[in-house]
Ligand binder design. Structure first.
Ligand SMILES: [Zn+2]
Ligand SMILES: [Zn+2]
Length: 341
């Protein structure tokens, strides 16, 4: 089989290797059909993912068909369509015991701290697989993981119907948070500096859009919210300073929540007063936790607008094109998905 391995920042090889042999009775061999390309895959290639040790096979948004099962596997059978969870966790630490396995003491992530799915076959323990109904195309099943992020972070932000949500950054994850909040019934304000992504946000149901390259964000939010501010804000822009900008007076009202999704190592400029005077909740959010199944169920019932989330489909045999887009970003290529046949 073929696998793609990033050997060092900005260096990769396409290798011909044996198909993995199942090493446990509970393991499953999955023939890959589609793999989403996520921001973290870009970061691995560019040497900007602090959790990556090279060489590494990227890819954590993996959908495929069960090809072979270990003797004790009971959850899936040959021919099932599946997606693989990205988390590899211990199951016994404090976090695992309280249902927060995404921040397990020893969490490993397929595709960054462990090898991922940019290869033709992947072996996975059965517990890490979720069955996807056959009517969901693999190219869509590969989007279960980013939608699980949307479900997780909106859960972390305790989003309810009455919320007025402010989303900074309307790329892939911002668009998914938007769709998730609209499903809950919230009013959503999307803010970005790229007009095209704001237009797309409108298509996904954004009630208000703000172009922060052209408009005064605080003034617009005041206008929209009768001077009170949003009740919850998501930072899916994730550039240094983006989190601090959500604390600006007028953006979030007293007792509001701010959910951060970024991994910038730069210091932000948040004072105690900025957090405490309005008694805001500042909430961290990482990947997702137990959200694959609910997302698959929702996707099976056409609960999301997947049109335009993945913008670019690339055959695995032409993976050079994916790296080419990583080297030379094209604003039209927002999210790539690799297809395996
Ligand atoms: Zn992802
Ligand atoms: Zn654990």
């Amino acid at each position: 089989m073929k696998e793609v391995i990033v050997t060092a920042p900005h260096a990769y090889e396409i290798r011909e290797v044996p198909i993995p042999v199942l090493t446990s009775e509970y393991e499953v061999l999955v023939k890959m059909k589609a793999a989403g390309v996520c921001g973290s895959d870009h970061h691995i290639y560019h040497g900007k993912n602090p959790n990556t040790i090279y060489p590494r096979i990227p890819g954590h948004e993996n959908a495929g068909i069960v090809e072979k099962v270990g003797s004790r596997v009971s959850k899936v059978k040959v021919g099932d369509h599946v997606v693989a969870d990205l988390l590899i966790t211990c199951g016994i630490c404090y976090q695992c015991r309280i249902g927060r396995k995404n921040v397990c003491e020893t969490v490993k992530v397929r595709g960054s701290s462990a090898d991922g799915g940019f290869r033709e076959y992947l072996s996975v323990p059965e517990d890490d697989l979720y069955i996807v109904p056959n009517h969901i195309p693999f190219k869509d099943a590969a989007l279960v993981e980013p939608y699980a992020i949307g479900a997780h972070c909106t859960g972390r932000g305790k989003v309810v119907k009455d919320d007025i949500v402010f989303i900074l950054g309307t790329g892939t994850i911002g668009s998914i948070i938007l769709q998730t909040c609209k499903n809950i019934g919230c009013t959503v304000i999307c803010c970005d500096r790229v007009e095209e992504t704001l237009e797309r946000a409108k298509k996904y149901g954004a009630d208000f859009i703000i172009n922060n390259a052209k408009e005064n964000v605080i003034e617009r939010v005041r206008e929209i919210t009768a001077g009170k501010g949003a009740t919850v804000a998501f930072d899916s822009a994730c550039f240094p300073g983006s989190l601090t900008s959500l604390f600006e007076k007028g953006l979030i009202r007293n007792a509001g929540r701010i959910v951060s999704l970024g991994f910038s190592t730069e210091n932000e400029s948040i004072s105690q007063a900025m957090l405490d005077i309005r008694e805001l909740d500042l909430i961290g959010s990482r990947m997702s936790c137990y959200q694959f199944q609910p997302v698959i169920d929702k996707m099976a019932n056409n609960g999301f607008n997947l049109d335009g989330i993945a913008t670019t489909f690339i055959n695995f045999n032409e993976i050079d094109r994916m790296f080419d887009y990583m080297d030379h970003p094209d604003p039209k290529v927002k999210k790539m998905v690799l297809l395996f046949d």
